[in-house]
Design a protein around this ligand. Structure first.
Ligand SMILES: Cc1ncc(C[n+]2csc(CCOP(=O)(O)OP(=O)(O)O)c2C)c(N)n1
Length: 341
């Protein structure tokens, strides 16, 4: 998808390479009923929970099958069915929202003890943890004893800011202690360690009516920050190549599986080929799909269109009729007629 952006077929993309163990490993332990808030580099969480290739592609191409109706930038996925709140760009806003959601879950269970125990898991980068929202969220979750697992992905960089310039203390973990929150730091590139820690964190978060837990998972951002970034302007190519080779969570898992006899070169080749085929199929399907109706830009704020919105819609329709050669309305579901009142 990064290459597709370079070919001009997609407006924007963010890669999560190097952080797969962290997102897939933690999500594989969480219950399907648990509520999740992501930052934007947790594709593995979505995939592990059942977000399909078509779901990813429909959002990336902002077509009519995207439940967000094409209103978000690519990579801002969300899924009501999978209990994952929609990714939101302003950094760290998801952290207090997660503390609040966890408080909500706690209150629901106090009112109705027959409800199943659930936690909230929230992911964020070490850069986002410099925002005031991070601190407000931890304090609120600690004082209100909210069942939330804060999962910090410490991947070494916040765009061009290395951790050396991000904080002077001992990373993010030491902050949890200051708020009275049980905290653990884990090797985020070891999928088994991540699973173990998430399992324990979830159990602890549900103890005694609920409490927050902070996990700091150490990893490395192998990719550029996004398609808008060239990371070799601020870090050496050799540093990235070294991390890819020496501490890649996928090759680590592969070596483990090969040693156990679960995996080999033939299986690897077959998997890579079939995954590539599936990705390209979903890609071309989503690319061909129509965009949401133009009308949808006026909808979903009010249950019914207000007189002002109707007037604006009429104005837009008149404008499109006046300049038919300037706009390609054919790529939108229903074309201009979606603007008929
Ligand atoms: C409030 C706010 N400030 C700045 C930005 C611009 N911005 C987007 S991502 C990013 C870096 C975040 O780094 P980190 O939280 O460590 O996550 P990573 O990208 O490393 O996964 C910045 C500064 C933003 N989106 N929102």
């Amino acid at each position: 998808m990064f290459d597709a952006q370079r070919q001009g077929r997609l407006s924007f993309y963010m890669v999560s390479a190097g952080e797969e163990a962290l997102s897939v490993g933690s999500a594989s332990i969480l219950d399907k009923q648990d509520v999740i808030f992501c930052q934007y580099r947790e594709q593995g969480v979505f995939a592990q929970r059942g977000f399909t290739l078509n779901d990813f592609m429909n959002q990336l191409f902002a077509n009519k099958l995207d439940p967000g109706r094409g209103r978000n930038m690519p990579v801002h996925y969300g899924s009501r069915e999978l209990n994952i709140h929609t990714v939101s760009s302003p950094l760290a806003t998801q952290i207090p929202q997660a503390a609040g959601a966890a408080y909500g879950l706690k209150m629901q269970r106090i009112n109705d003890p027959s409800l199943p125990p659930r936690v909230v898991a929230v992911y964020f980068g070490e850069g986002a943890a410099s925002e005031g929202d991070f601190h407000a969220a931890l304090n609120m979750a600690a004082t209100r004893s909210c069942p939330v697992v804060f999962i910090c992905r410490n991947n070494g960089y916040a765009i061009s800011t290395p951790t050396l310039e991000q904080y002077r203390g001992d990373g993010i973990a030491s902050r949890g202690i200051g708020y009275g929150i049980d905290t653990i730091r884990v090797d985020g590139n070891d999928i088994w360690a991540v699973r173990e820690v998430t399992k324990k964190a979830r159990e602890m978060a549900l103890q005694n009516g609920g409490k927050p837990i902070l996990v700091e998972a150490m990893s490395y951002r192998v990719s550029h920050h996004s398609t808008s970034d060239d990371s070799f302007a601020y870090r050496a190519r050799v540093e990235v190549e070294d991390w890819k080779r020496r501490d890649n969570p996928i090759s680590r898992l592969r070596k483990y599986m090969e040693a156990k006899g679960f995996w080999n070169e033939a299986k690897e080749k077959e998997a890579r080929e079939s995954i590539r085929r599936d990705v390209l199929k979903a890609f071309s399907q989503a690319e061909r799909e129509k965009k949401p109706p133009i009308r949808s830009m006026f909808e979903d704020v009010y249950e019914e269109l207000t007189p002002e919105l109707k007037a604006q819609m009429r104005e837009l329709r008149d404008h499109l009729e006046k300049y038919p050669d300037e706009y390609d309305v054919g790529e939108y579901e229903g074309g201009k007629s979606s603007l008929d009142l």
